[in-house]
Design a protein around this ligand. Structure first.
Ligand code: KG4
Ligand code: ZN
Length: 337
């Protein structure tokens, strides 16, 4: 049983082949970071064009690495949202063409769903139900996950996503793009308690807000510049990172408590952040819950995670047809506590 999975929702063209339940035969990611760097952010039209150029050669490379041919693919799973419409269309059109030509079922996958089911690619797998925190460049969401295909939204960001805040602060400080990894590297040499920064909505509900924190950094930088003072970049990165991590850990704990659950899955690009991983591990020990953190390459955008959702939809025969559309925003039903 081989599933070919395709992911093109943002700025990564990714292809993976899953064998059986959790054997990843290949996990190819063609990053577009270099293409977008000089613009300081993703240019959607350029992303679509690059996906178009990359997708076929990357598929051929993926199959070569997996040592299978097209005939051995049993189903094709593809992300059809949420994400950049033009980028999604490339992956979905390609998947439809493959499904049609190979006469194989097509499976539609939600990107956020894929992020948290990435936990099933690791040896230690969560059992249901669990709480999932997805923290990426476009999303910061808490989910109540009842089963492979049954999940509900507990809370989400009201403004910026956590990764977006990292990227914007890095841009403000002139550190480059994408900001998450750069900030966390600089933060390692800084003092996280040096600069007091707000923890927006930390004590309230399960929604998030990061734009106030970003504005606090903007104001601080402006103030220092006006006074002609040096910006303590490393301390600022460390203090900013600590504020984001604090909120993410606190909200996850609150969700676990509200639902009386003891299992937490954390995924998405920001889940590769070292400080977040350490603080979550510490919280798990202190509060006695089981933590499931996929390895970093399964946290940032990839197609292996898409294949996991593909597998479970395939098992339940939930197939898409050639009319399959793409969507920019998720519509996960809300769970009222
Ligand atoms: O999940 P992902 O690869 O793509 C989206 O679906 O958005 O997440 C990308 C986001 C970017 O905002 C990036 O800056 C952030 O994840 N990120 C990090 C780290 N690595 C990536 N943020 C903080 N620390 C990191 N080490
Ligand atoms: Zn993502």
């Amino acid at each position: 049983m081989h599933i070919l999975a395709i992911e093109t929702s943002c700025d990564e063209t990714a292809l993976a082949v899953l064998k059986g339940e959790d054997q990843i035969l290949c996990n190819e990611v063609a990053s577009q970071i270099e293409l977008h760097r000089r613009f300081g952010g993703i240019v959607p039209e350029l992303a679509s064009r690059r996906h178009m150029e990359t997708i076929l050669p990357l598929t051929e490379e993926a199959l070569k690495k997996a040592q299978i041919n097209f005939e051995e693919i049993e189903a094709i799973a593809v992300t059809n949202g949420p994400g950049l419409i033009g980028a999604l269309v490339i992956g979905v059109s390609f998947a439809k063409a493959l499904a049609y030509a190979l006469k194989r079922p097509l499976v539609a996958v939600d990107h956020l769903h894929a992020h948290f089911l990435a936990a099933f690619l690791e040896e230690k797998k969560p059992s249901f139900p669990f709480v999932a925190l997805v923290v990426s460049g476009g999303h910061t969401c808490l989910f109540f996950v009842r089963d492979y295909l049954k999940y509900y939204l507990l809370g989400q960001t009201r403004d910026d996503a956590a990764g977006e805040a990292f990227d914007k602060v890095a841009k403000l400080l002139g550190l480059g793009y994408p900001g998450g990894r750069i900030i966390s590297r600089l933060a390692e040499h800084g003092d996280p308690s040096r600069i007091p920064l707000p923890r927006p909505m930390r004590e309230k509900g399960l929604d998030f807000s990061f734009s106030g924190l970003k504005t606090a950094v903007v104001n601080l930088v402006k103030d220092l510049q006006k006074k002609g003072l040096r910006i303590p970049v490393q301390d600022l990165c460390a203090s900013f990172e600590a504020a984001v991590v604090d909120v993410l850990v606190e909200k996850s704990l609150r969700a676990l408590k509200a639902l009386e659950l003891r299992r937490l899955v954390v995924a998405g690009g920001v889940a590769s952040n070292r400080r977040l991983r350490q603080e979550l591990q510490q919280a798990a020990q202190e509060h006695g819950f089981d933590l499931f953190l996929p390895r970093p390459e399964f946290c940032t955008d990839n197609a292996a995670m898409v294949a996991v959702v593909g597998l479970h939809k395939y098992k339940q025969k939930i197939f898409a047809d050639l009319e399959l559309d793409v969507y920019a925003r998720s519509h996960v039903p809300k769970y009222k506590i």
